[in-house]
Design a protein around this ligand. Structure first.
Ligand code: TYM
Length: 440
């Protein structure tokens, strides 16, 4: 049904009917949950109310695995590190073959980390820093090389606002500084822009990939239509080909047979999974080892847990370039509250921390487990009011963004150019392997 048209059996309101006989307004159409790299929504119920994203359903639909207690224990045992707060709190919640990566780490066998960013604005938002913060921690824990892809080509191809290639490339250069400010080890990290750096080995893998994948597979994974540009359809080959170590001979060497067996571990939010589902499906045909993945949930939009914080909706996001005042105003004005309508009601009934955006943000950024629990209980019991919870959230976000901005100010063009130079990286993998067979 096209927009604005009523179903045939519903008479147009106010027309030809006496007031008392008017039917109730037509129900807004219920919308199902939809999560792709280009659309994230928990759906809308019969009353037109946004529904929180159901991550259990996504795990089922996508065919990934939940990170359970046993795997977390294995993670801690094999790495000797206490699990990151994202893991402890189920923010990083799902995976594909993380257990295989842990086995390799235990044996001192090589693997690498691969993540990325689609530069669609000059500044990243706090949601984008979630996979990057986590990737930084993984790099420290595993001591492995990391490649970070800036998909200026993707953002150009998908732009509905006429973004030029030149502007997308400039965003990539700006975003590279944001990413560096997260704190990656320069000796182990290579950052690259697709449009500025694709070379022969990279293109050869893209070409291999594109021959192995049909339009049907891409349509199934991303919901493309016949009128989408061939660039969009083909782009999956570029994001997928980066999962293979042979794309980076300057990091892993020229011995293709050996390098083909080095897997990547890809940290990302769950929206990026479709790319790598396709990649995993065709890897063995290319005689490459499949990439493993580790997925996070989304930092919600300020408006609530039904959608993700997104750079394309300014009011949904706290940007890493926002001033302290902008952060305060955005949280006070937009952050969806799980509290009651009045202070009196709140004291009586307490608030709902499951949907309260300020509380949700604290679960991402407040390190102290005991303090988080104290806030949760106080808010649920009505001992804490919404205003107070918002103040705590504002303070945490301001501290987080301020620390980031101080580090960002230190990132010169020269430092960025060094991260973006094709070069050998220095890494050791696990220095104390158990039963190692293939130590690099
Ligand atoms: P992009 O720029 O949309 O997002 C960059 C990374 O941030 C994640 N993300 C979020 N995480 C938590 N909360 C949010 N609200 C939120 N919004 C986005 C994304 O999942 C992603 O991990 N096509 C990609 C770039 C890319 C990539 C990759 C990402 C290329 N190769 C490999 C991850 C792994 C993109 O446009 O990301």
């Amino acid at each position: 049904m096209s927009e604005g048209k009523l179903p045939e059996n519903v008479p147009a309101q106010g027309k030809d009917l006496p007031i008392r006989e008017q039917p109730p307004p037509p129900h807004p159409i219920h919308q199902a949950q939809k999560v792709t790299p280009y659309e994230v929504s928990g759906g809308v119920d019969e009353n037109g109310v946004a529904i929180a994203i159901n991550y259990n359903k996504l795990v089922e639909e996508f065919g990934t695995k939940r990170i359970d207690k046993t795997l977390l224990e294995k993670f801690e045992r094999v790495t000797g590190h206490k699990a990151h707060r994202f893991l402890r709190r189920g923010i990083v919640f799902s995976h594909r073959e993380l257990d295989m990566i842990l086995d390799r780490h235990e044996k001192g066998e090589p693997f690498f980390l691969y993540t990325g960013r689609g530069p669609s604005s000059d500044s990243m938002h706090v949601g984008h820093t979630v996979p990057f913060e986590f990737t930084k921690w993984l790099q420290e824990v595993f001591n492995v090389p990391l490649v970070i892809m800036l998909t200026d080509d993707e953002k150009f191809l998908y732009s509905k606002k006429g973004l030029t290639q030149e502007a997308a490339m400039q965003y990539a250069m700006d975003n590279a500084k944001d990413i560096i400010a997260v704190g990656f080890d320069i000796k182990k990290t290579y950052i690259f822009s697709d449009l500025a750096s694709m070379d022969a080995p990279f293109y050869q893998n893209v070409n291999l990939f594109s021959k192995a994948v049909t339009f049907n597979q891409i349509r199934g994974a991303f919901g493309m239509t016949d009128s989408d540009s061939i660039g969009k359809i083909h782009y999956a080959a570029i994001q997928g080909a980066t999962s293979f170590a042979t794309t980076f001979p300057y990091i892993f060497g020229d011995d293709k047979k050996r390098v083909a067996k080095i897997p990547s571990l890809i940290p990302c939010a769950i929206d990026q999974d479709p790319y790598f589902r396709v990649t995993r499906d065709i890897s063995s045909r290319l005689k490459y080892v499949r990439p493993a993945l580790i997925h996070s949930i989304f930092l919600p939009a300020l408006q609530g847990p039904g959608s993700k914080m997104s750079a394309s909706d300014e009011t949904s996001a706290i940007f890493m370039k926002d001033t302290q005042n902008q952060i305060k105003n955005k949280v006070n004005k937009y952050a969806f509250s799980g509290g009651q309508v009045s202070a009196e009601e709140q004291r009586k009934l307490g608030g709902n921390t499951d949907v309260d955006v300020s509380f949700q943000y604290l679960t991402f950024f407040l390190e102290d487990d005991a303090e988080l629990e104290r806030i949760k209980v106080a808010y649920q019991k009505g001992e804490m009011l919404t205003g107070e919870l918002k103040q705590i959230c504002i303070r945490e976000l301001q501290t987080y963004v301020k620390g980031f901005q101080e580090r960002r100010a230190q990132v010169t063009d020269e430092i960025r150019d060094e991260y973006m130079r094709k070069r050998k990286l220095e890494f050791r993998n696990n220095p104390n392997p158990v039963n190692g067979t293939d130590k690099k």
